[in-house]
Design a binder for this molecule. Structure first.
Ligand code: DNO
Length: 404
């Protein structure tokens, strides 16, 4: 057996089409009803329409990424109960369509963060970079978040100050737009479109978390899970929480899915078979104290979806996305650990032995520069990553068969 090979597809507007995926040997599609506003019910007819379209190309709708959790649920706002009710209904509808794996995250306001979307790799490809001092320059000097300056050391503020003054006004604007809009809009950003006062709107969103610390956020997650897990079980769906990227608090906001202790606490919320985890190697690797192989071993039975990619540190404050096999993550050992888990599931006849895997992100190379894809989701770079992962898997499977 091998992991199910999947691919994130952003719907009819995606420059990479379903028939392209079919040619590439993709088995499972990872997608969402991106046109339904966050918090609303996903109607059964819409789900069936997308499912049937995917199936007409000989693939299956393997994973929903994501069924987003509304900010009201994360902050514990007044409207959370009916939003949880809507979430339950969406799960029921997905279950009726035979979909069994659903990803969500619990990151306040922002999803993933990068400070450059055009970082030149040593080979002349283009990757994405997270440079912490530049992020601080955004927070303190461009966004001017009240009180931000007290969150960092004086040395860090000094670095950020120098970066800020070295930037043109256009570069400052690009940085802010990339963080707040460009990397968020196509997934589930709180701020879409191009309103002039987007920074102000963003600050208002941050403000809603005043009084929500890590413990409170975890309680809000538990409240959400207690509400939706029974529905997920009934619908035959495994929910898979996605780790935070980067996996630590930012902009004065708590982040609670980053470290081994974080994940332990979350997994302890419920023993439901519907309460699972997305093992995103790239996100988790952006924290030096995370031992990914150890984490994969510890959480193995709860892992429902694999995002495999790698990052490389440039210095203590900076990492970039370095391809799928190259970087700080020991990908062969990680994959071996996950394959052993898959073998166990097969032996036990577990219903979740498919273990969908997608090449998460990719470096832009070759024709990627001429195709208008979402940041982080080039065609050729991702396909190269998938091919590398598949080759690694074939070699590991061969050895495992020999009992090594
Ligand atoms: C970024 C992705 C995330 C992920 C969500 C899941 O490229 O890894 O946006 O899909 O956090 O809810």
């Amino acid at each position: 057996m091998a992991f199910e090979k999947t691919w994130r597809w952003f719907g009819p507007g995606d420059a990479v089409r379903l028939r392209d995926l079919q040619q590439m040997g993709i088995e499972g599609v990872v997608t969402a009803l991106h046109h339904i506003p966050n918090g609303e019910v996903w109607p059964l007819e819409e789900i069936l329409r997308v499912r049937d379209e995917v199936e007409s190309y000989g693939m299956r709708w393997s994973v929903v990424e994501s069924l987003p959790v509304h900010e009201q649920v994360k902050t514990g706002g007044h409207d959370r109960d009916w939003m949880i009710e809507n979430y339950r209904e969406s799960l029921h509808n997905l279950g009726k369509a035979g979909i069994d794996t659903v990803v969500y995250n619990f990151m306040p306001v922002l999803d993933w963060i990068r400070t450059s979307l055009h970082y030149a790799t040593p080979n002349g490809g283009e990757s994405m970079l997270f440079h912490f001092p530049t992020f601080v320059a955004f927070d303190v000097f461009i966004l001017k978040r009240p009180g931000a300056v007290t969150d960092y050391t004086p040395e860090m503020i000094k670095k950020a100050d120098a970066i800020f003054w070295g930037m043109t006004p256009e570069q400052r604007e690009t940085l802010a737009r990339n963080i707040i809009v460009v990397t968020q809009g196509f997934i589930d950003g709180v701020i879409k479109g191009s309103s002039q006062d987007y920074k102000q709107l963003f600050l208002e969103h941050l403000d809603r978390y005043a009084g929500v610390d890590a413990d409170q956020l975890r309680q809000n997650l538990a409240y959400f899970l207690n509400g939706v897990l029974p529905a997920a079980e009934e619908a035959g769906i495994r929910l898979a929480i996605h780790p935070d990227d980067p996996p630590y608090p930012v902009l004065g906001l708590p982040r609670i899915v980053g470290s081994v202790e974080d994940i332990r606490k979350i997994m302890e919320i419920s023993a439901s078979p519907s309460h699972g985890f997305t093992f995103c190697a790239g996100s988790l690797s952006a924290r030096r104290d995370n031992d990914l192989v150890a984490m994969a071993r510890e959480f193995a039975p709860r892992i429902q979806f694999l995002h495999l990619r790698n990052t490389q540190w440039i210095d203590d404050d900076t990492f970039y996305e370095s391809g799928h096999l190259d970087g700080s993550v020991d990908m062969p050992e990680l994959m071996r650990t996950l394959l052993v888990e898959q073998h166990r599931r097969i032996k036990e006849g577990r219903p979740d032995a498919r273990m969908p895997l997608r090449p998460d992100h990719g470096i832009r190379i070759l024709g990627d520069f001429h195709l208008n894809t979402n940041p982080g989701y080039p065609l050729i770079g991702r396909l190269k990553g998938l091919a590398e992962l598949k080759g690694l898997e074939a070699g590991l499977e061969y050895r495992l068969k020999e009992g090594k």
